[in-house]
Structure formats: structure tokens, C-alpha cells
Design a protein around this ligand. Structure first.
Ligand SMILES: [Zn+2]
Length: 240
């Protein structure tokens, strides 16, 4: 029997959080009022936010049972709206998260979501990310250019992983966590992430993470504008 059979850690995946009407159409965006309700609900239920380091320790079997109501919270792409709107809500409830940053996109605006009915998004500046880091939020890598690593050459993959890590280490002291752009990964990508020195890597495969889950293939539960309260709770899994 594993040392801690009950561990099943949800890792939530968000992209953008904006003060828009709950019914407004905006791909990749969770309305701020709904986000606030979700975090308040977690706090009422006694959840605490886990860092990805804590989640990794738990999945390796090195953690303590008091972490049973742990949830790790992640945001992909490093949007400014997350620093402006989501970080203060999390801080209000004593929670933190990991922000996965695309280093070449910092302080720019991209239209990744425009196709498909979305909108363009501004990415946070280095100053804004540093302020979030000072509040206990972790900054992880989401590559340099947000390109899929499964169809890139070995040299490009090594650079996307290594150069983004180096940039973030210079700014924030360390960079141990990675998120695959588009969730795309295979055995070769996972091996490259390992060689680059990351401790964890998040995919977009749905599900909870149980003891022994490979740390470079962490599952995440996507939260989107269509996540009703019931669906959000079900995604947290075992303790509802
Ligand atoms: Zn992304």
C-alpha cells in the first residue's frame, strides 16, 4: 500500500480572469465574479492552496495527511488580468498560485484567442510579475514563444525550455515548474523537460493526480467560462 493512499490532488488550470458579465462570450476567460465564488467556496470547504513543490512532495509520498484538502491553482500564459484581478482575490483568501509565463510575450499583447470569438490579451509586465512573486505566487515557464514542442526540432525544444528557464531564474531566483503549450507532449518532450531541469510539468489532460503520478505529466482540471458551480466542484474530486 502506498504511504498515503488517499492523495488525489486537483490542479486547476485557468487562463484569463476578467470583470465581465457571466454570460459574456470570451474564450479562455472566467468572469471575475465566478472566479471569486469558486475561491470563496474552496476557502469555506477548508481547502488550502498547494504550491507545485508541495503537490510534488505529496505525489512522491513525502507529504503529510493534513494536506488532504489541498488544491494547486495554475494560470497559463501570464496575462495581466490575472495579476490585476485573480491575484488579489487569492491573496484575500490566503491562497497562492503558479503563473506560467511565456517569456517573449511579457509586457506585450497577443491575439491567441481572437480566432474563435475571443479577444486579444495583454500580458503582465516584469514589474507586475515581480509584485505577484513578492506576494508568494510562483512563476513557472510556458516556453519562450508559446510554440508546441512536439513538432519542433530538438534544438528548438532545448532553447524554448532552457532560455525561458534561465530568464525566469534571473528574475525570480528559481524556475522549477513548466506547462506544455497546448498541453502537447510526448515521450521525447517529457525527456527534454527532464534534461532541462524542471521538477514538474503540467499537461492539459483532465483528471486528479494520485500517488505515483509522473511529475512531468501532471494532470489538470480546466476551469472555463462554462464551468458551472456543480461542474467546478466535481472537478475537485474526492472530497466533495
Ligand atoms: Zn498557453
Amino acid at each position: 500500500m502506498p504511504p498515503w493512499p488517499l492523495v488525489a490532488i486537483p490542479i486547476l488550470m485557468y487562463h484569463a480572469v476578467l470583470p465581465i458579465e457571466p454570460k459574456a462570450s470570451a474564450r479562455g476567460t472566467v468572469p471575475l465574479s465566478i472566479f471569486r465564488d469558486q475561491i470563496a467556496w474552496l476557502a469555506r470547504r477548508g481547502y488550502r492552496s498547494l504550491t507545485l513543490d508541495e503537490a510534488a512532495d505529496a505525489l512522491r509520498g513525502e507529504a503529510v495527511a493534513s494536506r488532504a484538502r489541498g488544491v494547486a491553482i495554475t494560470f497559463d500564459d501570464g496575462y495581466r488580468c490575472v495579476v490585476e484581478h485573480a491575484v488579489p482575490v487569492l491573496a484575500e483568501f490566503g491562497m497562492t498560485a503558479t503563473l506560467f509565463v511565456v517569456t517573449a510575450a511579457v509586457d506585450t499583447s497577443t491575439d491567441w484567442y481572437v480566432q474563435g470569438g475571443g479577444r486579444s490579451f495583454e500580458h503582465a509586465s516584469w514589474d507586475e510579475l515581480e509584485r505577484a512573486a513578492a506576494r508568494g505566487f510562483a512563476i513557472g515557464s510556458h516556453t519562450v514563444n508559446h510554440r508546441s514542442l512536439v513538432d519542433a526540432s530538438d534544438a528548438v525544444v532545448a532553447d524554448e525550455l532552457g532560455a525561458s528557464k534561465e530568464t525566469l531564474e534571473k528574475r525570480f531566483g528559481r524556475c522549477s515548474h513548466f506547462a506544455y503549450p497546448f498541453g502537447a507532449h510526448g515521450d521525447a518532450t517529457v525527456a527534454a523537460v527532464h534534461r532541462a531541469g524542471y521538477t514538474t510539468a503540467c499537461s492539459t489532460e483532465a483528471g486528479l493526480n494520485r500517488h505515483g503520478q509522473p511529475l512531468l505529466r501532471l494532470r489538470r482540471q480546466s476551469v472555463s467560462r462554462t464551468s458551472t458551480a456543480g461542474r467546478f466542484r466535481r472537478r475537485l474530486g474526492a472530497w466533495i
